[in-house]
Design a protein around this ligand. Structure first.
Ligand code: UD1
Length: 308
């Protein structure tokens, strides 16, 4: 098979490229805005991986790249919620316009299936637990609106034009290659890099807030499941478990073996208190269940941060 991975030089996309490259031909389209060639350099030396530096907002480029493609993993996006608040038009053009380009090209070239990276952010602050795919979305940012719109476009391209689509709502993904230093960095890479530097961890609030963390290699497996079968629609991708920030911090202190301590600060404005997915739909319809425990995923992530 020949797959196109948008955002293939990024955090999740490069792990997916690793998983596919052994047995498939892949083309990576990435404009290197948040991804980096370091993530895929080892693949570029093989003849089964082609890298195209460019953007999926370029309609002609997308149309030409999709010729002969069997499936598209659309992981490229403006991924920062905060950046989307600052630049809503850009979020619109990249996340909605770009997705539309890929779907139109898929129709034109009869691409079998598109797997679209969506987000738990579209559940907003709805306090219902766990989050099920049938809940009314409550997007609170241009980013969430853009991903929700992408999901709707996927659905109507399936209904109207027969392009098969699966939308995966990722919860809190972590793993090797996740950037700890960007302004929009997630908590796990921040905590690991601070512990390795011997610095104390900062927890915003009482640390009893929870997240449904999932290891990046499980997210890769979910993408492969999404592509394989005929199942379409939206699917939560998570472990279906809550981990508090206090539990996360003590797990990491234990794994890294650090004595640096924990500092509590005021809660972060706009923070969601709890987040947890109902994962039964992905299990039943995609046959996806995560295989890494939080601890196993954290251990592998710490190992990779140590050797980076
Ligand atoms: C994620 C997004 C956020 C978005 C939200 C919407 C990322 C990195 N964050 O936030 O932009 O608004 O989804 O659903 O994609 N924390 C600490 N100490 C730290 C860093 C974080 O205590 O040094 C806490 C946060 O306050 C939060 C938790 O850790 O309670 C997780 O933070 P984060 O990794 O940013 O994820 P989300 O809060 O889910």
């Amino acid at each position: 098979m020949h797959y196109l991975i948008t955002g293939g030089a990024g955090f999740i996309g490069s792990h997916l490229a690793d998983a596919l490259a052994g047995s498939h031909e892949i083309t990576i389209l990435d404009n290197l805005s948040s991804g980096t060639l370091r993530n895929i350099q080892h693949l570029l030396d093989t003849d089964r991986c082609t890298f195209v530096e460019g953007t999926f907002t370029d309609e002609d480029l997308v149309l030409s790249l999709c010729e002969g493609i069997d499936g598209i993993f659309h992981l490229g996006a403006l991924t920062s919620v905060q950046q989307s608040v600052e630049e809503p038009r850009r979020a619109h053009e990249v996340n909605i316009g770009g997705t539309l380009n890929l779907l139109m090209a898929s129709r034109e070239h009869a691409v079998r299936k598109v797997v679209f990276a969506s987000t738990a952010a579209l559940y907003g602050n709805n306090p219902t637990f766990p989050k099920t795919e049938t809940m009314l979305p409550e997007p609170l940012s241009p980013y969430a609106v853009s991903k929700l719109t992408g999901e709707y476009y996927c659905r109507i391209f399936s209904d109207l034009y027969g392009v098969k689509t699966a939308c995966l709502r990722f919860f809190n993904v972590f793993g090797p290659r996740q950037d700890p230093h960007s302004d929009y960095a997630a908590v796990i890479p921040i905590f690991i890099s601070r512990l390795l530097d011997g610095k104390p961890l900062t927890i915003f609030g009482d640390g009893k807030q929870t997240r449904d963390f999932i290891f990046v290699k499980d997210v890769v497996a979910a993408n492969l499941r999404g592509m394989e079968g005929d199942a379409e629609g939206v699917f939560n991708i998570a472990r279906g478990e809550r981990t508090s920030l206090n539990e996360l911090a003590s797990l990491l202190v234990d794994i890294v073996g650090s004595e640096a301590g924990i500092v509590y600060e005021a809660p972060r404005a706009g923070d969601v208190r709890h987040s947890m997915a109902d994962v039964s739909k992905a299990r039943d319809r995609l046959g996806f269940s995560p295989s890494y425990s939080i601890r196993e995923g954290l251990e592998e992530t710490v190992r990779s941060f140590r050797s980076a």
